[in-house]
Design a protein around this ligand. Structure first.
Ligand SMILES: NC(=O)c1ccc[n+]([C@@H]2O[C@H](COP(=O)([O-])OP(=O)(O)OC[C@H]3O[C@@H](n4cnc5c(N)ncnc54)[C@H](O)[C@@H]3O)[C@@H](O)[C@H]2O)c1
Length: 332
């Protein structure tokens, strides 16, 4: 590898901008390709940050000598870019959620494992001080269950409100909460039951997702969780995770954690730094060293989070409990 890590982007929209903003400050990163089906977006990113603009990722892969690729695509277009990068032996940073369903994600996981591809998924909560501290304190405790929520609004991107493109709120945004739940409980789900309601947002063009949903989860270590999602609040709401153990409540957001051990016995810690920047730094370092030990959400781990959200979708649609049995989502 040259002195600088040669990075290409596939998808140069909103979240790509956040990563580009971080990476441009790393003196060991060089942008060589910006690919987006929207030509003007690829061109303006290339003009601002460097590299050549492409509208076809296969052309970018054929023409550029890439050390790493950032995949910042809407959930429904995952698949072909990842398979092409894996085939070419290029490490991947992939934004969450990794799929709109689960089948493509399982195949990407297997292809990456077979090739030994370095992967990192954008579950940035895992890199915040608050979550890191909570995980460490909960490790020494008997943890019993968790309540999580992402009760918020609807992002403006048009694909977001179409279920076949985003998966709905529980898949798209609340995925951070499902993931941090697994991360703090240190467990994988074995069964999921979900209920949902819709009908309050029919004035939004093409809107066909659930307005609100509640998901009950049982984990393989005996812990339980309830995770709530909503997208009917415009620009306000509540996003957090509470974990309950014996004589302990950890109330965690990306920015702070409070630990309550009794009446009037609460300690708060605040996150410093930018978890997006930390995940980017760790990924670039991993690309340079070839060692992914510091990556907190490799692709195979993100697949376990994805299974919960998609089991919830199956449960909402069927009204039944869904068991997660290895890679199978089995409706009871
Ligand atoms: N980690 C986080 O906190 C966070 C925050 C925001 C968004 N995201 C995730 O990032 C992903 C993208 O979200 P966004 O807000 O950037 O969306 P966006 O719509 O702003 O950007 C997506 C871009 O992908 C392009 N695109 C679509 N299909 C393509 C293809 N086949 N090849 C190349 N480009 C293609 C679109 O033209 C668009 O420019 C979503 O999964 C979202 O959940 C993560």
């Amino acid at each position: 590898m040259a002195d600088k890590v040669r990075v290409g982007f596939i998808g140069t929209g909103g979240i790509a901008g956040a990563h580009l903003g971080n990476l441009k400050d790393f003196d060991d990163v060089e942008f060589v390709g910006m690919c987006d089906v929207a030509k003007d977006r690829a061109e303006s990113r290339a003009e601002e940050f460097g590299g050549s603009a492409y509208t076809d990722f296969e052309q970018m892969l054929a023409k550029e000598d890439l050390d790493a690729i950032y995949v910042c695509l809407p959930p429904f277009v995952h698949g072909a870019p990842e398979f092409a990068a894996i085939e070419a032996g290029i490490p991947l940073f992939i934004e969450k959620p990794i799929d709109v369903d689960i089948d493509v994600a399982l195949k990407i996981r297997d292809a990456a494992a077979e090739k030994g591809t370095l992967t990192s998924v954008g579950y940035n909560w895992r890199y915040s001080d608050a979550v890191t501290e909570a995980r460490s304190r909960l490790e020494d405790h008997t943890v019993l269950g968790a309540l999580g929520s992402w009760m918020g609004g609807m992002p403006g991107t048009p694909w977001w409100r179409v279920r076949s493109q985003s998966g709905g709120q529980h898949v798209e945004q609340t995925t951070h909460v499902f993931d941090v739940c697994r991360y703090l409980l240190q467990a994988d789900a074995v069964s999921v039951h979900a209920v949902a309601a819709k009908g309050g947002m029919t004035d939004k063009p093409n809107y066909d997702i659930e307005d609100i949903s509640f998901v009950n989860i049982t984990f393989d270590n005996g812990t339980i969780a309830n995770i709530q999602s909503a997208c009917c609040l415009s620009g306000w709401g509540r996003v957090k995770m509470e974990v309950f153990g014996r004589d302990l409540v950890a109330d965690v957001t990306q920015g702070r954690a409070t630990f309550t051990t009794g009446p009037d016995q609460t300690e708060e810690i605040k996150s410093t730094g930018n978890p997006y920047q930390t995940e980017d730094r760790i990924f670039i370092d991993a690309v340079k060293s070839g060692d992914g030990y510091a990556i907190r959400a490799p692709y195979a781990d993100a697949v376990e989070t994805q299974k919960i959200m998609i089991a919830a979708t199956r449960s909402m649609d069927s009204g039944k409990l869904v068991f997660i049995q290895n890679d199978q989502l089995v409706i009871a």
